[in-house]
Design a protein around this ligand. Sequence first.
Ligand code: AMP
Length: 115
Amino acid sequence: MDNCIFCKIAKKELSSEIVFESKNVIAFRDVAPVAPTHILVIPHKHIASLNELNTEQRKILLPEIFECIDELVEKEGLKEDGYRVVNNCGENGGQTVDHIHFHLLAGRAMQWPPG
Ligand code: AMP
């Protein structure tokens, strides 16, 4: 997608602090972090939201995204204190960038329910 900022980050056309990359998945630090650790994990491929994932992509990409999250949890030392993984989907979910992404948040106590 030409105008997608996350596609541009994935293609390295826009700078970001990349912390993980594999064939299908890339992770980078959020530009406006809401926690001491705030990383976004996305597929390279442009998929607008969880609603648009097809069955094949669900089987392949979701496990890879969670493998990436697992690796980041280890690498960033988040296991002991805990962390939160969030996907905002659609307008009511609070999604602002239409390229599927999972937030990995850590480094402070999270509130529940979310706003
Ligand atoms: P969401 O509201 O779930 O769609 O999350 C979008 C996230 O993308 C927000 O946390 C933004 O701060 C983040 N974001 C927007 N532009 C960039 C960028 N250029 N680099 C890194 N993160 C970004």
